[in-house]
Design a protein around this ligand. Structure first.
Ligand SMILES: [Zn+2]
Ligand SMILES: [Zn+2]
Length: 110
């Protein structure tokens, strides 16, 4: 696997890109989609590697908990750690859905 040490800087301003479709990294040319795919793979590995049993903070039931972290978006400052919580699969799905709804609403308002 090709490990890139590039921190990636994707233009969100026309004509190079937009907030919904940032252009390729200005340093190494990696496309936004390729970076997102790689991040999704890493996130999945991280989630599956950190499964624990405990009390879900949302529904207070003792269940298998999965790592949940809000998705990084192009307008987030690089290197800012988004809060991490451990949720049961039901609450995880709810959180992911509301996050997507939030993102979709935001994009629609642009
Ligand atoms: Zn790059
Ligand atoms: Zn829960």
């Amino acid at each position: 696997m090709n490990v890139s040490l590039c921190k990636h800087s994707h233009p969100c301003q026309p004509p190079l890109g937009s907030i919904t479709r940032p252009g390729p990294c200005v340093d190494c040319g990696t496309s936004w989609g390729a970076v997102q795919d790689e991040l999704a793979r890493q996130q999945q590995a991280l989630i599956l590697g950190t499964v624990r049993t405990g009390e879900c903070p949302d529904c207070a039931q003792v269940k298998k908990l999965f790592r949940f972290q809000a998705e990084e978006q192009p307008w987030h400052e690089f290197g800012v750690q988004l809060p991490i919580t451990f949720l049961c699969i039901d609450c995880w799905n709810t959180a992911a859905a509301s996050e997507n709804a939030f993102t979709a609403a935001l994009f629609e308002s642009v």
